[in-house]
Design a protein around this ligand. Structure first.
Ligand code: NIG
Ligand code: FE
Length: 439
């Protein structure tokens, strides 16, 4: 990526952070909060964290913490806690406290259901076959096109509520089920509305290049002319509708040349590149991720050595989606190999109606453990520090450090291992967003 695009990107993120900080309530209006009786405080460092360090995180036992307004202002041994006057307290019950979880890859805004395909796959058809015969993403596109923005909002609200209850405090959401300019804007507008109606911080990604819509069958480039039009991208930028851009780089969607075009065009308008890369077929998508300086390349089930090197050189985060392979019943990404190659690994749900109807990030942590051999500590780094880095927020969230935003999950179990060990039961007792109890 050239210098101009990089500085545009930086400038865009600066303005975005500035605009969100302007809307934060004044700190003075909030009392201090002390969290006492923490059995184990996991001291997650700031991301990105690569390789061995992912599995080696300090923990503080019998700990306490002070929160000043929206920010962590102190933590340490409970015996050293000095409670300031006029301070509220919260008892953690001797349990484990972790940073709020960050789901850095989802398609949470959608309409309709694809349970028919789910059954077809059980009967032996593949995700790819279903997509080639006109099913898959295009089915959800029809449902999203028929829905109003407000209907999309109403459908997403309970999903986000359940995510919050599972300890999630930040979620990335992609467009990509509209596939006309108006319907893509409708999806991004839905994310904007959702951001004001519930406590989770939402991060929007422009994924108009999700697949070629039916009306452009065989004319992918002509479709891209429409959704990459300068006026369209300028509006995404000017209305602050998305921070990131994404493309499904795959034989059933966009090839390498088209994907490069998408990412470079969007980057000119301040959108930071991400890719759906190396999921089903190996066509060099992760090498492209390195070439364009993508902040993350996501999926990576078929990543090769060239892709690993390219990503490492570019400082690209490897976002793995264990719930997707689990849901499709196919091979997982080679997590151990990627961690051993020293890449920072994040994990996310990829929550969507086709390939991962899995909205629980704690469940995905369990799948990462049992199917990818990632330790609970590694997967915690994957859904906190490294997920924050995949969203360019590592300076504010995803770590347990003084000065970080007080997004926290208080568990009802004493260790993070216990949480990952118990899939299917919600082990989250209390969630704090910006220092306030949100659940
Ligand atoms: O990340 N791979 C492309 N996109 C989604 C699936 C979307 C869908 O099937 O609706 C994914 O798996
Ligand atoms: Fe996805």
């Amino acid at each position: 990526m050239d210098g101009r695009a990089k500085s545009l990107r930086l400038c865009y993120h600066f303005l975005f952070e500035l605009s969100t900080s302007l809307f934060r309530p004044a700190k003075r209006s909030m009392k201090m909060l002390a969290i006492r009786n923490i059995g184990q405080l996991i001291l997650v460092p700031r991301g990105p964290i690569g390789g061995k360090a992912m599995g080696d995180v300090d923990r503080l036992e019998r700990a306490a913490m002070l929160i000043d307004g929206e920010t962590i202002s102190w933590f340490g041994e409970e015996s050293e806690l000095v409670v300031p006057g006029d301070c509220e307290t919260l008892d953690a019950g001797g349990n484990c406290v972790i940073p709020g979880l960050i789901d850095c890859h989802t398609h949470t805004v959608f309409a309709g259901s694809r349970e028919r395909e789910f059954v077809q796959r059980i009967e032996g058809r593949s995700y790819e076959e279903i997509a080639r015969s006109g099913g898959g993403i295009r089915i959800t596109v029809e449902a999203v096109r028929s829905a109003t923005c407000e209907e999309l909002v109403e459908l997403a609200l309970p999903r986000l509520r359940r995510m919050l209850e599972n300890g999630v405090t930040t979620v990335e959401l992609k467009s990509g089920y509209g596939l006309t300019v108006a319907d893509e804007f409708k999806m991004l507008e839905a994310v904007k509305r959702l951001n004001t109606r519930q406590p989770i911080e939402l991060v929007a990604t422009y994924l108009a290049a999700h697949t070629v819509p039916r009306e452009f069958d065989g004319r992918g480039d002509a479709y891209l002319d429409v959704v990459l039009d300068e006026k369209v991208l300028a509006r995404v930028r000017d209305e602050g509708l998305a921070e990131f851009c994404d493309v499904f780089c795959e034989t059933t969607a966009f090839d390498i040349e088209q994907s490069r075009r998408v990412l470079l065009a969007c980057n000119e308008f301040g959108l930071t590149p991400k890719l759906h890369a190396d999921q089903i077929t190996q066509i060099g998508a992760t090498v492209l991720a390195g070439e364009v300086g993508a902040i993350s390349a996501d999926h990576l089930e078929t990543i090769d050595d060239a892709g690993i090197s390219a990503m490492r050189e570019a400082g690209c985060i490897a976002v793995l989606l264990p719930g997707c392979s689990y849901f499709l019943g196919v091979s997982q990404a080679p997590a151990r190999k990627i961690i051993e190659a020293n890449l920072p690994v994040a994990i996310a749900t990829d929550y969507n109606p086709g390939s991962s109807m899995v909205e629980s990030l704690p469940l995905v942590m369990n799948i990462a453990a049992t199917q990818m051999r990632m330790t609970p500590c590694e997967s915690l780094i994957g859904v906190t520090a490294n997920a924050a880095a995949a969203l360019n927020r590592q300076g504010r969230i995803g770590a347990m450090a003084v000065g970080m935003q007080a997004d926290l999950a208080i568990l009802d179990v004493p260790t993070i291992e216990r949480m990952v060990y118990e899939p299917g039961r919600n082990c989250v007792r209390t969630v704090l967003k910006k220092g306030r109890v949100a659940f």
